[in-house]
Design a protein around this ligand. Structure first.
Ligand SMILES: NC(=O)c1ccc[n+]([C@@H]2O[C@H](COP(=O)([O-])OP(=O)(O)OC[C@H]3O[C@@H](n4cnc5c(N)ncnc54)[C@H](OP(=O)(O)O)[C@@H]3O)[C@@H](O)[C@H]2O)c1
Length: 235
């Protein structure tokens, strides 16, 4: 797949799935705008991408839990490019815990702020750049925790709530932006591993999640894949 010159922004790109997504797009020639809470982490990944080519990468700081940081990232992007083809809402803080009282209030606030409000604000502030693209896509890396009725994860209830907020936002956005030709593509993976065998009896891997994103973004414009749902391995 040739994604030559495609302009792609990824949140939470300093490590793990966000980094893999950025590298996969760059391998196919895309121009990446990488954001992470730590500018050093984003710069490290951008440096690796630039050395490998053929895609390009620039690094930005963005803490999705802080509205000012989100707006500053969107403004910095608008200074660098007149359009954005793909926004990948990937960054989200994870917390474990059966009981809602298992974590301090501040952690609940930051999980909701990043996965809920921050993701909505970033999408809002980047919409003008996406509207200027001839092929705009908004990709949401949500979670099976954002599916109605899902109970199989050990994630904290606030993580479930943040993912439901993200899912609700993505669902209505998909419908509202359809007439403009902006595709809103959401993934609801269960717990997955960064690396591992890609066999029928193995856990989903980040590489397979990335391949789903590449597949959806690579489709011709008549093909609007709204959601990826996954059947989890039975443990
Ligand atoms: N791994 C799984 O099993 C799984 C399953 C379903 C869905 N997901 C979702 O898939 C996405 C990527 O997962 P992953 O496995 O790569 O997750 P991860 O290893 O937990 O990494 C989370 C990413 O989000 C970033 N992040 C956390 N809080 C942030 C904030 N306030 N502002 C900006 N970025 C923030 C982290 O950056 P820092 O380096 O700064 O912490 C990191 O890049 C997430 O949305 C996650 O919820 C993951």
């Amino acid at each position: 797949m040739n994604l030559d010159g495609l302009r792609v922004a990824v949140t939470g790109a300093g490590r793990d799935t966000g980094r893999l997504l950025a590298e996969a797009f760059a391998e196919r020639g895309a121009q990446l705008f990488l954001s992470a809470r730590s500018l050093a982490a984003a710069e490290h990944v951008a440096g690796v991408i630039r050395r490998r080519g053929p895609g390009q990468a620039e690094a930005f700081r963005c803490d999705l839990g802080k509205a000012d940081s989100v707006r500053a990232f969107a403004a910095a992007l608008a200074d660098r490019t007149e359009h954005l083809d793909v926004l990948i809402n990937n960054g989200a803080a994870y917390i474990d815990g059966d009981d809602v009282g298992d974590v301090p209030d501040e952690q609940i606030e930051s999980v909701m702020a990043a996965g809920g409000t921050g993701t909505i604000l970033l999408t809002k502030h980047l919409l003008p750049l996406l509207r200027a693209s001839p092929r705009p896509d908004i990709v949401n890396v949500i979670s099976a925790c954002g599916e109605v009725g899902h109970r199989r994860s050990g994630a904290h209830p606030a993580f479930y709530a943040a993912k439901h907020a993200h899912a609700g936002f993505a669902e209505i956005l998909s419908h509202r932006l359809r007439p403009e030709g902006i595709r809103v593509i959401s993934l609801f993976p269960p717990d997955f591993v960064q690396d591992g065998p890609r066999q029928a009896n193995s856990d989903l891997t980040a590489r397979s999640v990335v391949d789903c994103v590449l597949f959806a973004v690579g489709q011709p414009r008549d093909c609007f894949i709204r959601e990826f749902r996954f059947e989890q391995v039975r443990h």
